[in-house]
Design a protein around this ligand. Structure first.
Ligand code: NAD
Length: 487
């Protein structure tokens, strides 16, 4: 398999100038070669996207919406094929790719497709004049993706961008080159003009060239905080618009009156879904003292039953980490937890066999880890690990836990479990996080804005809120009388 660029409606031919091997996380066998976008590719993509933008911006919202809705339909019809690609690229269980990744991408296309015809300005009656506003597109936008939810990230960026009349160049993570190309194909089949959604392969060097390119109007990144800071700084030179969806170290707070089984389910979802490689994960699980022991017992028991193994097996519940290097980084965090005095209650090692007895020793598998006897100051409780590592902390009072939960430079997400409706809202309103849940965790419906406070990001994806990040408002004053002149 070779992964090239998708420019102006076609895949480019494989150029041997510079390429890298894409490995399957489940066994570290090569799956294909990815071809780095050259400077000429970048210029061609920008030119083609600019051309598509000039066509696309003249379409009515309804016309644009029709293309997006058709793309959603085509994506759903290819669910199994694309989900399989995603699982091979990312290492996540096929059950997840089928249930979430592709469907949430289709949801975004459907949602913004339906909304496109309704994007409108406002009217202002001004005595002998009137005014109105027009939400106009920005131009050629760039989407830069992380590797954990490749097709979902591409669609969450492309759908609102295209609905608003922009075109997009998308650069997937260098570790997951496959499904953005499939999305590009879907857009073409749905009737998009060539160049409306181009794909460039490459690492941060291609990303930063796009950020600095004078014809790019906006950048939307999903990635780490450190990359977010570089892009923000790079975009500042030309005062480009930026949306940043970054990392976190989010708190999940469980009060003594919570439904224990639901809270345990949520803590597992908040730490072990996609092998723990989820930006919004609630990796600091605060449990009130009274229920600490019973919570821990249930959590350990259920965590040890997670079926870890071959990601393509429909019975698998947990797959492989994205790369050997990333797995080693997660292991270093686990070692740091142990050496700082936390107790590794379960997991955190590389298994030889999967739940069906198959040899998985060559893959990037790590058993789900739970740390107890943790302290807020430990590295494992402060840094984003981005792997299946849960730290459990106990607390006494509401005031104390709010302070400790907020004591972080991040602010992506937060969760609260309680059956006291007043406490649920009271606590969530005081948490410094952009995406919050009461009595659930990591649910991200397209209707709700998604994004972070503090260093976890800028701007919002999904929902009506995304529209303002892909449009600029023009105010028009219309005189109905004479020009009053002092001259
Ligand atoms: P990363 O920051 O290393 O890379 C993200 C993307 O940015 C990649 O495509 C990469 O090639 C590109 N990039 C790197 N340097 C760049 C530069 N200087 N200029 C332009 N582009 C550059 O992140 P990752 O390892 O791919 O993903 C994991 C991170 O993403 C985690 O921190 C996670 O929390 C975050 N994430 C956030 C969300 C969210 O919605 N908030 C979702 C998923 C992942």
């Amino acid at each position: 398999m070779v992964y090239t660029q998708f420019i102006d409606g076609v895949l480019t031919t494989f150029s041997t100038r510079e390429s890298w091997t894409n490995y399957n996380p489940a066994n570290n066998e090569p799956m294909g070669e990815v071809c780095l976008a050259t400077d000429e590719d970048i210029e061609a993509a920008v030119h083609s996207s600019e051309k598509a933008f000039q066509i696309w911006r003249t379409k009515t919202g309804a016309e644009r919406g029709r293309v997006l809705s058709k793309a959603a339909h085509i994506l759903r019809s290819r669910l199994e094929k694309i989900a399989f690609s995603e699982t091979q690229d990312v290492g996540k269980p096929i059950s997840e790719s089928l249930a979430v990744d592709v469907s949430s991408a289709a949801d975004a296309l459907e949602y913004f497709g339906g909304m496109a015809a309704g994007i409108h300005g406002e009217f202002f009656d001004l005595k002998n004049a009137f005014g109105y506003t027009r939400p106009e597109p920005l131009g050629v936008c760039v989407g830069i993706g992380a590797w954990n939810y490749p097709i979902q990230i591409a669609a969450w960026k492309a759908a609102p961008a295209l609905a608003c009349g922009n075109s997009m160049i998308f650069k997937p993570s260098e570790l997951t080159p496959a499904t953005a190309l499939q999305l590009a194909d879907v857009f073409m089949e749905a009737g998009a003009p060539p160049g409306l959604f181009n794909v460039l392969q490459g690492d941060g060097s291609v990303g930063s060239k796009l950020v600095e390119h004078p014809q790019i109007a906006k950048i939307s990144l999903t990635g780490s905080v450190s990359t977010g800071k570089k892009i923000f700084a790079g975009a500042a030179n030309q005062l480009k618009r930026v949306t940043l969806e970054l990392g976190g170290k989010s708190p999940l707070i469980i009060f003594e009156d919570a439904d224990l089984d639901n809270a345990v389910s949520a803590a597992m979802l908040a730490n072990f879904y996609t092998q723990g490689e989820v930006c919004s994960n609630g990796t600091r699980v605060f449990v009130q003292r009274q229920i600490f022991d019973s919570f821990l017992l249930k959590l350990k028991d259920r965590t040890e039953k997670i079926r870890l193994g071959d990601p393509t097996d429909p019975d698998t519940q947990m797959g492989a980490l994205i790369s050997k290097a990333h797995m080693e980084k997660v292991i270093r965090f686990i070692d740091s937890g142990k050496s700082s005095g936390a107790t590794l209650l379960t997991g955190g090692f590389r298994p030889e066999k999967d739940f069906k007895g198959r040899d998985i020793s060559s893959g990037n598998f790590l058993t789900p880890a739970i740390f107890t006897d943790c302290d807020d100051a430990m590295e494992i409780c402060k840094e984003e690990i981005f792997g299946p590592v849960l730290s459990i902390l106990s607390f006494e009072s509401e005031k104390e836990v709010i302070e400790r939960a907020n004591d972080t430079p991040f602010g992506l997400s937060a969760g609260v479990f309680t059956n006291d409706i007043k406490r649920g809202h009271r606590v969530i309103h005081q948490l410094q996080a952009g995406t919050c849940w009461i009595n659930n965790y990591n649910i991200t419906p397209i209707e709700l804005p998604f994004g972070g406070y503090k260093q976890s990001g800028q701007g919002r994806e999904n929902s009506l809120a995304a529209i303002q990040h892909y449009t600029q408002l023009k105010s028009v004053y219309v005189e109905l009388g004479n020009v009053e002149s002092p001259y």
